[in-house]
Ligand binder design. Structure first.
Ligand code: FAD
Length: 520
């Protein structure tokens, strides 16, 4: 399988590039010469994901099938594992039966965006809910509803308060919009949960800087903060999350918050496939973005191009030379321009530099409220919200999606948000957990639902009347610690920061029966 042009990445940059290139070449030639490689066969309209998490929109409202959007090129679904530049080919993982599929290319476009790396804060990977794609938004929605359900089961007021505390980490666009939507959902849903009594739902937005939405300026950032606070969101600025456990958020500056749900909108990291290719070519990807010429040709290469979040595309903003910001607005326009540039390059003509007049930014901050900076003018409140919806609706590809979104937005004005929990968060049979010193793994008399492998840290196991024992990294806490009734016979409490692997359900059964690793 070989194409003249392979576009890697089916986000805004890749999809708009493929569409422009395919349209220029015509369907037959486009499908023969151009391939769009996408991890999922759909274009995700990320700016609307917060509304999916907040149950204001359906997931199908914010996606568009790439085979429909880019119908003049060949679409290949699969994850690019590696680009072999010397062989001018990439390896694609298409699924269970097509793991190592090789695709050759003449020109390659990198439009792979970034990835989320939650490993920088201990416990964030284990307990943080990321907000990057549709699956994340759906999982978060399910988690929010599940927390309300669980909170209405318990009578312990401290546990109920913890279950009803939702912490959003990051005060950029995604964090602010997500906090606004989570707040609307959990507050409006309360009337359907009478058992919650007077326990308030808390949404806390935590930001490491002194101002929200730094990109949009202090005035609108301050306005966004005041609206969020007026709607009940607690905004904490200049504070860093140091560690997260199943039930607590610990701050680097000291202090902690009891919360069972932490939503992470931070941790943007470079795409590893892009980094690997940069290594092969000896390129220095400053801040994880490939250095390109204004035409989006990678520096020093004639057949390698890059656009969108994974590329450092030079951009002239008035009289100033800058690097394009990583936003949907820029990715779409770079993609379309790159498609046209490739048409020129294939015809032996000179590609044109990327030019774009910055249009502004918008962010919703709750029901019927937003902030907007458009063509240098600043708007806020209801008008900004109306503007946000109108502009995004106009940008949404496909008449069917537009119609669906208008319907959902109209219904949302008159009806409560959908609380049906179609896919409750599945409990992993094998998962990692993180505990801070003093936190219990289990208490004496608790039922045994899992066994534990201590990867890092140490636990004190105490049985009344016996000297305490310490289990360090490498130890297994298993059936040896059970009493005759099958309950834990000791307290297991972390004596330091710990990482533990938990085996449950089928994984536990396999360990016991097939591998005989866990003693009966
Ligand atoms: C929740 C959220 C809200 C946002 N809100 C706004 C907003 O309001 N306004 C705004 O301007 N911007 C917003 N952004 C940012 C904006 O979405 C990005 O700047 C834009 O999507 C970048 O486009 P891209 O094509 O470069 O990358 P992406 O859209 O990230 O696309 C990259 C594509 O490559 C695919 N991919 C990655 N690795 C591989 C691989 N190995 N193999 C195959 N495919 C791969 C991914 O699945 C993805 O489809 C938001 C982002 C998020 C996550």
């Amino acid at each position: 399988m070989k194409f003249d042009v392979v576009i890697a990445g089916g986000g805004f940059a890749g999809a708009y590039c493929a569409r422009a290139l395919g349209r220029a070449l015509g369907r037959e030639e486009g499908r023969r010469r151009v391939a769009l490689v996408a991890e999922r066969n759909m274009l995700v309209f990320q700016p609307m994901l917060a509304e999916v998490a907040g149950s204001a929109l359906q997931p199908t409202d914010v996606v568009h099938p790439l085979r429909e959007f880019c119908r003049d090129v060949t679409v290949l679904q699969g994850a690019v594992r590696r680009v072999d530049w010397a062989a001018r080919s990439l390896t694609l993982d298409g699924g269970r039966f097509t793991r190592d599929h090789t695709v050759g290319f003449g020109h390659l476009v990198l439009a792979l965006g970034g990835v989320t790396d939650l490993s920088t804060v201990p416990g964030l990977a284990e307990y943080g809910w990321p907000m990057k794609n549709v699956a994340d938004a759906l999982r978060l929605r399910a988690t929010l509803i599940n927390r309300l359900e669980e909170a209405s089961l318990v009578t312990d007021s401290a546990l109920r308060a913890r279950l009803l505390t939702f912490v959003v980490v990051g005060g950029g666009y995604t964090g602010v919009e997500t906090a606004g939507q989570v707040n609307v959902l959990v507050r409006e849903a309360r009337k359907f949960y009478p058992a919650l009594g007077g326990t308030p739902a808390r949404v806390v937005l935590v930001h490491s800087r002194g101002q929200l939405l730094a990109e949009i300026g202090p005035e609108l950032g301050g306005y966004a903060q005041s609206v969020l606070e007026r709607n009940g969101v607690e905004v904490r600025l200049n504070i860093h999350v140091g560690e997260i456990t199943a039930t607590r958020v610990l701050f680097a500056e000291g202090g902690a918050l009891d919360a069972c749900t932490v939503i992470s909108t931070v941790g943007h990291a470079p795409n590893p496939v892009v980094l690997d290719l940069c290594r092969q070519l000896g390129l220095d990807p400053a801040k994880g973005r490939v250095p390109v010429e204004p035409t989006m040709r990678v520096r020093g290469q004639t057949e390698l191009w890059a656009a969108g979040d994974c590329a450092a595309v030079p951009w002239r903003d008035g009289d100033e030379d800058k690097i394009s910001p990583p936003t949907a607005q820029f990715a779409m326009r770079q993609g379309a321009q790159l498609g046209r540039n490739l048409v020129r390059a294939l015809a032996g003509a000179e590609p044109a530099p990327f030019r774009h007049r910055y249009l502004g930014q918008l962010a919703t901050i709750g029901r019927h409220e937003a902030v907007a900076e458009v063509m240098g003018l600043r708007f806020r409140g209801f008008f900004a919200w109306w503007l946000w919806r109108t502009l995004y609706l106009a940008k949404l590809p496909g008449a069917l999606r537009k119609l669906r979104v208008v319907m959902d937005w109209t219904l949302e004005l008159f009806f409560p948000r959908d609380l049906a929990l179609m896919f409750p968060p599945a409990e992993d049979i094998l998962r990692a957990i993180h505990l801070e010193a003093g936190e219990p793994l289990f208490r004496r008399g608790d039922a045994c639902r899992a066994v534990f492998y201590v990867r890092r840290g140490a636990f004190a196991l105490t049985v009344p009347g016996e000297p305490p024992r310490t289990l360090a990294a490498g130890a297994v806490i298993d059936q040896d610690e059970l009493d005759a009734a099958g309950l834990w016979r000791c307290d297991a409490v972390a004596t330091q920061s710990c990482d533990v692997t938990v085996f449950r359900g089928r994984a536990l059964e396999l360990l016991r029966t097939e591998l005989r690793l866990v003693r009966r």
